[in-house]
Write a protein that binds this ligand. Structure first.
Ligand code: ATP
Length: 243
């Protein structure tokens, strides 16, 4: 394995009953790489994400992190190794303020060392300095997502797995989210799962395209958007929906 590769899947797959939700996927993620996983509804993106993060045990194949197999590890052990996960389900402490939520994440990494400068820096990056004392329960949807991304900035995991971080956001909010994700890549490799092509276009980095549980294309946004199989996967669904 190349020294540069931090997360690797080989022949990774899972079946639910008779359905091969993810077939047998090979996947490499390099250090500080920003990778997008896209595909139409039901393509297997979220299931693949759950396999990578240890939320699902694979039916076949393996995942290794820095060469170490992840199979059999509990989610907290995987987190401790340095894999951070942001799922679609919010995981903030609702009654705590923005600052306190960032503080908790920073303490998990710094273990007794000074957290205040880190928290101040993160608040500036996510643009919520003015709302630092506001309980998270009172934040708007986009702001809550930014606090969760701020926790990633504070924790600096080796790999950050982000499931639909811009879901439900306006175009302007999505632009800001792209910027925060780029900040995260200064310390972490990042995988962004998304089905919104416009958001992927804004990111523009390497994209892996899923369809029916398999990888059908990989490359820059420009490359994959010219790919006939990718166009068929998306346009085929749209035409069917329009019919
Ligand atoms: N726990 C489960 N039990 C049974 N089938 C499942 C389960 N999770 C996913 N599937 C099936 O696996 C396939 C892939 O689903 P998955 O949610 O991974 O797709 P997706 O690409 O993330 O879609 P979306 O963009 O709609 O979230 C689908 O056919 C889905 O019905």
């Amino acid at each position: 394995m190349s020294d540069d590769i931090i997360l690797q899947a080989r022949g990774l797959g899972i079946s639910f009953g008779g359905v091969d939700a993810v077939k047998a996927v090979d996947f490499d993620l390099r250090q500080r790489e920003l990778r997008c996983l896209i595909g139409p509804n039901g393509a297997g993106k979220t299931t693949f994400f759950r396999l990578l993060s240890g939320q699902y045990a694979p039916t076949r194949g393996s995942v290794t992190f820095r060469g170490q197999p992840l199979s059999g590890l509990k989610p907290w052990q995987i987190a401790r190794l340095g894999i951070g996960i942001k799922t679609q389900v919010p995981s903030l402490f609702e009654g705590l303020s923005v600052k306190e939520n960032i503080d908790v994440a920073a303490r998990a990494r710094l273990r007794g060392r000074a957290v205040a400068p880190v928290v101040a820096d993160v608040l500036e990056h996510i643009g919520l300095g003015d709302l630092r004392h506001r309980p998270c329960a009172e934040l708007a949807h986009g702001q809550r997502q930014w606090v969760e991304l701020g926790q990633m900035l504070a924790m600096k995991p080796a790999v950050a797995l982000l499931d639909e971080p811009a879901a439900g956001m306006t175009h302007g909010e999505s632009l800001k989210t792209v910027q925060i994700i780029r900040d995260i890549t200064r310390h972490s490799a990042v995988i962004v799962v998304e089905h919104d092509m416009d958001f992927i276009r804004m990111i523009g980095d390497c994209v892996t395209v899923f369809e029916r549980g398999a990888v059908i294309a990989q490359g820059s946004f420009a490359e994959i958007s010219r790919d006939p199989q990718v166009r068929a996967a998306y346009l085929g669904r749209k035409e069917a929906a329009d019919a």
